[in-house]
Write a protein that binds this ligand. Structure first.
Ligand code: ADP
Length: 164
């Protein structure tokens, strides 16, 4: 049986922290579906199409690329997971600050769909403080984000904040 998992998020935009989680999930499972969802914040910086395109461009070079799929997703996560015949949802856990929300989400999803487990993966220490939000803040102040995001994302961010 194919062990397939869903990695959902808003990816506004994808960062090296997300990529770290994707790689860890790829090492554990047969297939990973990256599901790009609407942003939890009201105003995402990138449209859903732009976010999907950046995720696709970023994962294109990964060693296990064939085990990956990038899709847009809207609606109830556990329903989507069942439709996709996934066994679990993967989430990244950075610090204690992530825990409360993620715990609530995981237990709510379990109540809605007991078959779907939630699996938490911790990134490399270098990425525990990294978030899409902080990256956007640094770019908006014209700071260097080369070590936080892939180059295609850096270019896209600069275009958004400093259009030529
Ligand atoms: P959401 O709005 O659903 O939290 P995000 O794109 O911010 O979407 O995050 C998607 C998932 O990736 C979440 O589980 C989040 O905790 C995780 N994540 C985000 N940044 C990192 C990081 N630097 N290291 C590990 N996990 C991360």
């Amino acid at each position: 049986m194919t062990r397939r998992v869903i990695y959902p998020g808003s990816f506004d935009p994808i960062t090296n922290g997300h990529i770290d989680v994707v790689k860890r999930a790829l090492s554990l499972f047969d297939e990973v579906i990256i599901a790009v969802a609407p942003n939890r914040e009201k105003n995402p910086l990138f449209t859903k199409e732009e976010r999907v395109a950046l995720v696709k461009e970023t994962v294109a070079g990964l060693a296990d690329e064939k085990k990956l799929r990038v899709v847009e997703f809207d609606g109830l996560l556990v329903r989507f997971a069942v439709e996709q015949k996934a066994c679990a949802v993967v989430r990244g856990l950075r610090a204690v600050s992530d825990f409360e929300f993620e715990f609530q989400l995981a237990l709510t999803n379990r109540k809605l769909e007991p078959k779907i487990e939630t699996i938490f993966l911790m990134p490399k220490e270098n990425y525990v403080y990294l978030s899409s939000h902080i990256v956007k803040e640094i770019v908006s102040l014209n700071g260097n984000i080369g070590c936080f995001v892939p180059s295609c994302v850096e270019t896209a961010l600069r275009k958004k904040f400093f259009p030529a």
